[in-house]
Ligand binder design. Structure first.
Ligand code: PEP
Ligand code: MN
Length: 337
């Protein structure tokens, strides 16, 4: 932090601020200027104490000079984070996670898992616990859905990515999942973030639909600071005035997050656009823009899906887009995981 004093601040006021900084346990560095004095602060780990300094006589403003997130920042960890998940790695190459929005029944799940494995996909998505806008909509199969996901892995060897909706179901989900997904609505559910920070599995943290990049990185900081370093960020679209897509997929988040953080970032073009017809171009764009992968909704019969059918790809379209990713990945010197 940097305290900027008013132009008419007296030497006594400057000294009082410096003294207060010492009381906070930090070191003040008084920097006299032509028109005003500034006081640099070192030894602080965050913006704590900012409010106390802001109200002191003679203070014009207190400026934050370092990011409030530490452990997830590139500054503290310049190398990109990469970790193993099931039979693949995230953060190394381009990871494709695919599958239905919800686990609906055994037949559709196994059919999807088998299809994806034939394509070369190593991670299956599918919600057993679903956060639905309407309480009357399909809420997911719950424990039965988890059992089916475990069966899909047993049968095909595919890794499982599934959502944890609340603190109470983390234990059960953790038993079967390879990655715990935190949905957009829960990005700032701090008790859930704290719980998954103690989980033994990586966390896929979706961006809140109205969250700034900084709020999202702070949410990731909760997970990492609690002890779980294996966090995957996932941009899934934010709310704007767009009326012809479900959300606005913020692809510009990719280079920004890459600059600010060492964590891998995946793109969810399904929730980002809300329409299957727009998903393929966003898949290609995500790869070209430097994302670490995709999480895409795929369903054997989208017109009969119990959730998010309109944005789910059928097998034929998925096969085509998966093939179309290959030459772009090759041109970028990347492999599809
Ligand atoms: C999902 O992945 O099916 C889902 C509910 O995602 P989001 O939290 O991004 O809406
Ligand atoms: Mn969905």
């Amino acid at each position: 932090m940097l305290v900027v004093m008013k132009t008419d601040a007296t030497p006594a006021e400057v000294e009082a601020v410096a003294q207060r900084i010492r009381e906070l346990g930090y070191t003040p560095h008084v920097i006299p200027g032509a028109t005003r004095t500034a006081i640099g602060i070192t030894g602080n780990r965050g913006p704590e104490g900012r409010d106390a300094l802001e109200v002191m006589p003679g203070v014009a403003e207190v400026i934050r000079v370092t990011a409030p997130y530490k452990l997830v920042s590139r500054e503290t960890h310049p190398e990109a984070t990469c970790f193993p998940v099931a039979a693949t790695h995230v953060g190394h190459g381009f990871t494709v996670i695919a599958g239905p929005c919800s686990v609906e029944n055994e037949k559709m799940l196994l059919e999807t898992a088998e299809f994806l494995v034939r394509q070369g996909v190593k991670l299956l998505r599918g919600g057993a616990y679903k956060p639905r806008t309407s309480p009357y909509a399909f809420q997911g199969l719950g424990e039965e859905g988890l059992r089916l996901l475990a069966k899909a892995r047993e049968r095909t060897g595919i890794g499982i990515v599934t959502e944890v909706l609340d603190v109470e179901n983390v234990d059960r989900v953790e038993e079967i999942a390879d990655v715990l997904q935190i949905g957009t609505r829960n990005m700032q559910n701090y008790s859930l973030l704290r719980r998954v920070s103690r989980a033994s599995k990586p966390v896929l943290l979706k961006r809140g639909m109205a969250a700034t990049l900084e709020e999202w990185l702070m949410a990731a900081e909760y997970v990492v600071s609690g002890g779980n370093r294996n966090v995957i960020l996932c941009e899934r679209g934010v709310r704007t005035f767009a009326d012809l897509t479900r959300n606005t997929l913020d692809l510009s988040a990719i280079p920004v997050v890459k600059q600010l953080s060492h964590l891998p970032i995946l793109i969810d073009p399904s929730h980002g656009t809300g329409k299957a017809a727009y998903v393929p171009s966003m898949c290609l764009a995500a790869l070209a823009a430097g994302a670490d992968g995709l999480i895409v909704e795929v369903h054997p019969d989208p017109s009969h899906a119990l959730s998010d059918g309109a944005q789910s790809l059928d097998f034929t379209t998925f096969r085509k887009i998966y093939a179309a990713l290959q030459p772009i990945a090759a041109a970028l010197g990347m492999t599809i995981q």
